[in-house]
Design a protein around this ligand. Sequence first.
Ligand code: HEM
Ligand code: HEM
Length: 214
Amino acid sequence: MALYEKHHCWSFLIRIWHWAFAFSIVALVITGFYINTPWTNTVIEGSASWPMAWARYIHYVAAYTFSCTVVIRAYLYIFGNAQERVWDILPITPRNIKNLWRTLLLYSYISDKHDERLGHNILAGLSYLGTWVASLVMVATGFYLLFPEVAWIATTGNAIFHSQQVARFVHHIIMWWYMIFVIIHIYLCVWNDIRFPEGLISSIFTGKKFSHKD
Ligand code: HEM
Ligand code: HEM
């Protein structure tokens, strides 16, 4: 019978961070869609239920939460525990390169070999890092759309995106990344949890994972 031991892997901060990030994105995607194509056709806008005003209000409250999570993840990439730091997920050491290769083989059903690891596998880690970079762009484009009257935001936004319309377009396109990411993310978390008894999904609530005892 295989024996497992319990290890602490995620800090309390990153667990709270995960759910704040996840729920804010769900709210941002739903309200973002509404802002783009109001499905009520805004015909009831003047009838005191104000759907567009509510959608925008919820979008901004979620956007501030989301912006805070982007800053917190930057802090954790540098000062988090060993599994949370950015070095742990970059393919810059032989161990990490091997993990990336093994994960690619495993996910493409070429091999069954699972590289046990306390932190994220490198492929997952890189997708999370990419999502964080995309989040920086969402914050930049979002604040440019929100505060065009603030001189330094208008100048910087203009320099980077040329016009607000380009920023809105970029803001919209990147939304699709989150929708695609979340489907693959949840699928792979469940897939891993079924195949390997490490307690992956519960780890994002409890901070603990299991590994084979030698
Ligand atoms: C994952 C994060 C986010 C998603 C998925 C998202 C999505 C969207 C979408 C789809 C739109 C409609 C744009 C269009 O197609 O016309 C929008 C508008 C907007 N978003 Fe976001 N957004 C996010 C984060 C943010 C952040 C961080 C801010 C910062 C304040 C922000 C501020 C705005 C503003 C000001 C608008 C324009 C509202 C209007 O024109 O009335 N968004 N967002
Ligand atoms: C039912 C919903 C969800 C479950 C069960 C879940 C579960 C998990 C688990 C188990 C991990 C750690 C995985 C690993 O070690 O690679 C994780 C990490 C992560 N999840 Fe989720 N997740 C959910 C929803 C979301 C949503 C909606 C988002 C955002 C779109 C999201 C974004 C992330 C990110 C960015 C990480 C990486 C954390 C880090 O940077 O260290 N998750 N999630």
